[in-house]
Design a protein around this ligand. Sequence first.
Ligand code: NAI
Length: 333
Amino acid sequence: MKVTMFGTQPYDRETFDRVGRDYGFGMVYHKSHLNADSAVLAEGSDAVCIFVNDEADAAAIARLSNLGVRLIALRCAGFNNVDLRAAARFAIPVVRVPAYSPHAVAEHAVALLLALNRKIHRAYWRTRDGNFSLHGLLGYDLWGKTAGIVGTGRIARCLIRILLGFGMRVLAYDPCPDAALAASEGFDYVPLDELYARSDVISLHCPLNDSTRYMIGDVAIAQMKPGVVLINTGRGQLIHTEALIDGLKEGRIGAAGLDVYEEEAAYFYEDTSDRIMDDDVLARLLSFHNVIVTSHQGFFTREALDNIARTTLDNLREFAEGRPLTNRVLLEA
Ligand code: NAI
């Protein structure tokens, strides 16, 4: 079976070549993202394999179908970038990697939180420059503070355990709450407005869909505690970035740790350091000393990369052998 991989980086090629030795697929790697124009690169392939910033919209899927592509394999958990209705219309199943290392993303969220609270990013540059002053580096104990976790799926569960280990109180919101989990771990489900009002730290772990797009905007920010630390390792469009910028300027948001950004596709995963930044919103975000932006790297651990490759290759093998697709994304998902 021939598989065209879009949006690849050298580490994708290295991992898939190493893990994929025994699978016997013909993998073709492309750096370009999938979109309606680049879809032609998949000519002659049975399947395409895509990542978070590839665009499998209706036009791209129609092209893929014309080229004879019969499967879309996401090498990530989120599937907000695939038009599932279009895929169903063209009878192209979509598979994904539902879990590869929830620890990787949860630990990255914690890294952002600790760095922001204790100003590690600022201290790093200061001491290298011979500046050993503590001025402006004051943080606070996480012990005894309240964390609000939006979405209590796989990643959030890992994060909740870590935060409870810090001695934080954890509040959570999920439209499908798991009362047994809350009781056994020791956290409370509360309505979203209560979570916003009571949390010192808010971390987003729900999928991006029509009901969550821009859930953090002016209205939500106005309900939050002044000085709240906002962490987003979910998807960029969960936050209305201009509202976040206003919140940061007014001091309502104390700090923001963003592993995702709503317009990230134009920048993330690329070295654009020799270009003038033409995204004024991203440039403004990067100008705040209390904002850390990472380039959608929450998943980026050795363990996660290996698991992603293995599950993706297993998904492809199930398809090649005509078996039921364990990790198929269903239209109603
Ligand atoms: P999951 O599917 O295990 O959990 C998602 C949870 O969100 C579920 O419990 C669901 O009921 C809940 N949810 C659905 N709608 C909601 C709403 N309106 N409000 C609050 N909660 C809602 O997903 P998992 O693996 O925990 O991943 C969460 C998200 O993290 C993914 O959808 C993806 O967008 C993002 N992600 C980011 C990565 C990164 O590298 N930064 C890597 C992997 C995932």
